[in-house]
Design a protein around this ligand. Structure first.
Ligand code: HEC
Length: 117
């Protein structure tokens, strides 16, 4: 019985790994949304309301995010990586430059941002 439980746990872990390795766009969007909303990771929510999403208590230091689906992916990536490149007095922290988010995490966030109309 113990062995069976271990086997189930192990295959659950393998399942998770293969999902992230072959992350399709929907998975990437989900990961990005989680990073966006999670305090300890992106915490974008502390400053941004994301249009059309049911989010409790968004912050308002940053602008309400909308129309981002029209932005080129590279522009979104650059904004999150280092907002100072486009706005030298930005109050937004440089998540990539400061090493808060990895390249893969920023790509996931960008996939999520692309869903914001
Ligand atoms: C400390 C507050 C703060 C946090 C945290 C923050 N931002 Fe910002 N953000 C801002 C401010 C202020 C601006 C407006 C100035 C600028 O464009 O640089 C902005 C601008 C933006 C823009 C451009 C919006 C537009 O319409 O021009 C995007 C996209 C964005 N932030 C995404 C994010 C993402 C994604 C995260 C989380 C990884 C995040 N922000 C976290 C404060 C913040």
């Amino acid at each position: 019985m113990q062995g069976m439980k271990l086997w189930i746990a192990a295959s659950a872990v393998v399942g998770l790994l293969s999902v992230s390795a072959s992350a399709g766009n929907a998975d990437l969007v989900k990961q990005g949304e989680k990073i966006f909303n999670t305090k300890k990771i992106g915490n974008c929510l502390a400053c941004h309301d994301a249009n059309g999403k049911n989010i409790d208590n968004p912050g308002n230091l940053g602008p309400k995010l909308q129309g981002l689906s029209a932005w080129p992916e590279q522009a979104l990536y650059d904004k999150v990586y280092d907002p100072y490149t486009t706005n030298p007095i930005s109050a937004m922290p440089p998540f990539g430059k400061n090493g808060v988010l990895s390249d893969a995490q920023i790509k996931a966030v960008v996939a999520y941002l692309k869903t914001i109309k």
